[in-house]
Design a protein around this ligand. Structure first.
Ligand code: FEO
Length: 493
């Protein structure tokens, strides 16, 4: 069944109420999702994206009921991942010579997945356009690493519809198609969950790309995503939200997460949270056991927070595995502008807390004192945990605190570990770098070594970064110079 979107544009996608996992099992889709495909019937008939491969047959069957497949003039694939290009094999078997417009990187991925190099591919770049008749054009905008190297958006002139693919979408399934028709709280929760878990590492690029698109001064009447709803009511609201989320986002919120062998570390978490709340009743404090709670929800809370406390019992002199997994994810998501501290109970040695503290520092958090408790915290130890919470609340406060209420502090069998000093990161100013300063792509971690240059882009060995052309693109991910930073000591070893 198709849904009318605007003028000669119809949604011909697929709802998926029951999907619960994405990207393997890494992203839990508790609200299902949809795979949005759009059929445009102007002077030319154009299909924008397909659906997940598991719905290939239904999709082509439904599409054939909507239009004679032979009458489709062009297929546009904004992104080659299987949830959007998955039905191509089934579709192209019916219309094998139809031109497919996509980025150069997408051809590589589509061919790698579908094994049909003979398909009629037409690679496009930012600014390329396709005349679809009736005075309307499709204009292509490459969006590499939002969130794959092949990603792009397609803008339809006159109707002013931006087909944004994954960007601005949500894993959210509803019988309604438009943003003004669904539960607004659910909708924004799913938007934020999607951003926090998928797009956070690319925040610098989100900002740069949105500003580039806004710089075109194109009117936008709708943002037609490839998952979830179509933004028709105040469609720029989600674009502005992305700008806000990409800009070192934080709320007055602290998240504690931990795993606990014998409940001792959990007792510490509760007491620390009480201390925070005593000093700063206004701050939101959330506590999660990583072994029992939805990982993506915890990561979303970390994204929203100004500070994070990570706790673990010491097991085999290291942290518990689920905490280690979360720290690995947090490192990859590259959160910025957040404070952090470790805590945990131990019996024989307290290795977990020190390891967590080091991992948090390596992940880019501003570190505060950690806290260890030996065995099960007694009354005085819990009092010390509460005092630790109070001190963190003061250090992390975003506003002046009213501390007129008295608090008591008791000596206890806890150890406030020394702050591990973060290695000073030189912050070179453009033009003041050494000529041999290597540069790190913050998106894909590719390193530009001036000694080697980049011969594929005619950058000769020995070329300092300052002399590399502004049109330079990272060979790893295809993004420009704006996402490069001077290599820190840790990043480039
Ligand atoms: Fe919705 Fe990147 O696939």
């Amino acid at each position: 069944m198709s849904i009318h979107v605007k003028n000669n544009i119809h949604w011909v996608g697929q709802r998926d109420w029951e999907v619960r996992d994405f990207h393997g099992t890494e992203y839990k889709t508790h609200k299902g999702t949809s795979y949005n495909s759009y059929l445009i019937r102007e002077g030319k008939n154009v299909l924008i994206d397909t659906v997940d491969h598991k719905f290939s047959r239904e999709f082509v069957q439904n599409l054939a009921a909507e239009i004679d497949l032979a009458a489709i003039d062009f297929v546009v694939i904004n992104h080659a991942e299987e949830d959007h290009a998955g039905a191509l094999t089934e579709l192209m078997a019916r219309i094998p010579g139809t031109p497919i417009y996509c980025t150069h990187n997408a051809i590589d991925s589509i061919t790698g997945h579908h094994h049909h190099p003979e398909w009629n591919f037409h690679p496009v770049k930012t600014g390329d356009s396709l005349d679809i008749g009736n005075g309307k054009q499709l204009v292509f905008i490459e969006t590499p690493m939002l969130h794959w190297p092949d990603s792009m958006m397609t803008y339809m002139t006159e109707d002013a519809v931006l087909f944004s693919n994954d960007a601005f979408g949500q894993h959210y399934c509803d019988e309604h198609l438009f943003n003004d028709e669904v539960d607004q709280v659910e909708l924004m929760e799913q938007c934020q969950r999607y951003y926090a878990n998928i797009l956070t590492p690319f925040s610098p690029l989100v900002t740069a790309k949105i500003k580039e698109v806004l710089g075109f001064n194109l009117p936008v009447s709708m943002v037609a995503t490839s998952h979830g709803i179509v933004w028709r009511d105040d469609p720029t609201q989600i674009i502005l939200k992305y700008l806000e989320w990409a800009d070192h986002y934080q709320e007055d919120r602290i998240t504690l997460f931990y795993d606990s062998m014998s409940n001792n570390t959990r007792m510490m978490a509760d007491a620390i949270a009480q201390g925070i709340h005593e000093v700063d009743p206004g701050v939101a404090v959330k506590i999660y056991n990583v072994a029992r709670h939805d990982k993506n929800e915890i990561l979303t809370q970390v994204f929203r927070s100004k500070g994070v406390l990570v706790g673990s019992s010491t097991m085999n002199n290291v942290m518990m595995p689920k905490v280690a997994g979360m720290l690995e994810e947090i490192t990859g998501l590259r959160f910025r502008n957040k404070r952090a501290s470790a805590f945990g109970s131990y019996g024989w040695t307290g290795g977990a807390v020190d390891r967590i503290q080091t991992r948090l520092m390596d992940a880019g958090f501003d570190i505060s004192l950690s806290l260890k408790a030996k065995w099960r915290p007694d009354g005085s130890a819990l009092a010390q945990c509460r005092e630790h919470g109070r001190q963190l609340a003061r250090q992390w406060a975003l506003h002046p605190l009213d501390e007129s209420r008295p608090f008591t502090t008791t000596q206890a069998t806890v150890t406030r570990a020394p702050v591990i000093a973060k290695a000073p990161q030189a912050a070179p100013v453009a033009g003041e770098w050494d000529d041999d300063q290597p540069m790190l792509c913050t998106v894909c971690q590719w390193i530009y070594d001036p000694a080697l240059g980049e011969p594929d882009q005619l950058v000769a060995p020995g070329t300092p970064w300052a002399q590399v052309s502004d049109s330079f693109l990272c060979p790893g991910c295809g993004i420009g110079k704006e996402v490069f930073e001077p290599c820190g000591a840790e990043a480039c070893v």
